[in-house]
Design a protein around this ligand. Structure first.
Ligand code: C2E
Ligand code: CA
Ligand code: CA
Ligand code: CA
Length: 276
């Protein structure tokens, strides 16, 4: 039994060691990916719940890995966070998104707006507004999706100042993943976001659970009373879409309509669907 115990111990320490080595390898690869522009921007369309017109696209980062192909953020963002390079990734996504908006304008493809995910850490950056000013952002065409835990930081002077100035630059503020954390009605009043996005965890069960439907209805009511538009994400079926429209959601995003796709795929999608 003693020998077995030692072997087990050795086995687990080998597993742990392998994990550490793997994390280290991913870390090295991420740093290299930043240097070689291997992070690419995918876009997922958002539609008006009433007319089904395309109203915006959400930019979602992907890693074009040399051996493993396209990798989703869940597989690398935690390591990127540890490396403190999420802000750099966000910045690359923003630059690409602005370039693509200009490109679509030139091509005559109608993409009214795009949103990018902005990590909390970036909102603590005192140089954020200056760096945004250098980017020539078209007013009303860009939104920042901020996770709702932003409210925990709202009393931080730098964060509050940044949010005010983001709005002054003509960038819409949206609260992301609404309903999964701690955002309160008070924080909504303080932040005055243009939109809030109800997280897909709350959206998925609405077909089967009336209580979940009621919850979404309540969020819609609160939003309406504050003049905040409501976006539903994770809309996986047309049945969901119909219910969400009837509940008063303004904008719908999800696999029922379109998955996140490369720029080229989005351009084909726009042409095929004659939204252009
Ligand atoms: P999120 O901001 O909540 O983005 C929505 C996620 O839901 C995306 O996953 C999207 O592909 C997925 N999704 C969309 N429609 C559906 C649907 O109908 N059903 C289901 N099951 N899922 C759907 P993705 O692209 O893997 O991104 C995961 C998360 O990574 C994002 O969650 C966001 O928090 C983060 N992320 C993505 N891109 C960036 C970025 O450029 N910067 C930062 N800081 N975070 C990012
Ligand atoms: Ca988002
Ligand atoms: Ca979400
Ligand atoms: Ca999120």
């Amino acid at each position: 039994a003693k020998a077995l115990g030692r072997n087990r111990h050795e086995f687990f320490s080998e597993v742990l060691q392998a994990e550490v080595i793997n994390t280290k390898r991913v870390a090295d690869e991420i740093l290299k990916a930043l240097d070689t522009d291997a992070f690419v921007t995918y876009y997922q369309p958002q539609f008006c719940a009433q007319t089904l017109d395309l109203v915006s696209v959400e930019a979602l980062v992907r890693w074009q890995h040399p051996e493993q192909g396209i990798k989703a953020p869940d597989s690398f963002m935690a390591v990127a966070e540890e490396l403190n390079v999420v802000a750099q990734i966000d910045s690359a996504v923003l630059t690409q998104t602005l370039a693509d908006l200009a490109r679509w304008d030139k091509l005559g493809l109608n993409v009214p707006r795009a949103s990018v995910n902005v990590s909390l850490r970036r909102l603590h950056d005192e140089g954020l507004i200056e760096s945004l000013k250098a980017l020539d952002i078209p007013a009303g065409r860009l939104a920042f999706e901020l996770v709702e835990s932003i409210y925990l930081d709202e009393n931080d002077g730098v964060v509050a100042w940044n949010i005010d100035h983001i709005k002054e630059l003509g960038i819409d503020v949206e609260i992301d993943d609404f309903g999964t954390g701690y955002a309160s009605i008070v924080s909504l009043q303080k932040l005055h976001p243009r939109r809030l996005k109800i997280d897909r965890q709350l959206i998925l069960p609405i077909l089967k659970e009336p209580a979940q439907r009621q919850l979404v209805a309540s969020i819609v009511d609160i939003g309406k009373s504050m003049d905040i538009e409501i976006v539903a994400e994770g809309v996986e079926t047309m049945e969901h879409a119909v219910i969400l429209r009837d509940l008063g959601c303004d904008i719908l995003q999800g696999y029922a309509f379109a998955k996140p796709m490369s720029r080229d795929a989005l351009e084909n999608f726009l042409r095929q669907n004659a939204w252009a």
